[in-house]
Write a protein that binds this ligand. Sequence first.
Ligand SMILES: Cc1ncc(COP(=O)(O)O)c(C=O)c1O
Length: 322
Amino acid sequence: MPSPSPPAADRSPVSRDDVAAAAARLDGVVRRTPVLEVEAASLADVPVVCKLDLLQPTGSFKVRGAANLLLSADVPTAGVVAASGGNFGLAVAWAARRTGVAAHVFVPDSSPREKIDGLAALGAEVHVVAGTYQQALDASEAWRAEHGGLQAHAYDQPEVVAGQGTCAVELEAQVDGLDTVLVAVGGGGLVGCVATWFAGRVRVVAVETEGCPALHAALAAGEPVAVEPAGLCVSSLGASRVGDLGFVAATAAGVESVLVTDEDVRAAQRRLWDACRLVAEPGGATALAALTAGAYRPAPGERVAVIVCGANTDPSTVTGAR
Ligand SMILES: Cc1ncc(COP(=O)(O)O)c(C=O)c1O
């Protein structure tokens, strides 16, 4: 049951051709992650296909965009400079190491310790900045103005967004007759490009928590607006404003938007653990939460997929929470 929205390709700054080119570029660089069909009773009233992008190197889909950027660009001697609540930084550090360039990653001080440690372990220079993602981004831009370097934006840069969209290319090849894909949203890079790839063919549902509603607020306002990210998912979904690329693409493709609570996300994390013995971080289980909490209710027979997009959390917060 695809949504009847018009194809976005002609109106989106990142086209389907860009995504297809990224998929070719990333072949053999990032993992082609598996899909897992989870039986009806365990997750929702319908069978759910989980696209396990939490199995990527560094534990999130973000390596797709980071690697596509570094393989598309000339990187100056100063290296690549990124601001990230964690997962994009890890991805940039991983891609930089793989391509032999330096990485400077600016993180808000709210980032989990394991993400900061992971950045250092990948060889990145880590700059911890007091405040939110926005403050980390401002600091990264100030550093780059002084020292040079290639900017890597976590969600509002065409090469990054096109790379994230390769998840949709794989999903389409892996699942026949897909009707609907649910996608978690932070700055909107992933959902925007998934929507561009599937526009007019597969319904795309954007899922955010009530504390991190950047796309939901933008769709209500008709333009990107500032929000104050809060709650469980702030380190992964906590963009202060949805990116222009994601907003334009999501609007053009007629993306639906739903909200879930932090408790819904915790429940989805536990459901994934109980059903599959997989640990997803809160942002990685947010899309699934829309199904398990009923924020999105599939019609009978609707073929639904969820992108399980991140794993970076302390496992005991999931396996120990009963
Ligand atoms: C695990 C996880 N899921 C979803 C997102 C949201 O991605 P985007 O900013 O492209 O909307 C992020 C962003 O960092 C993330 O780390």
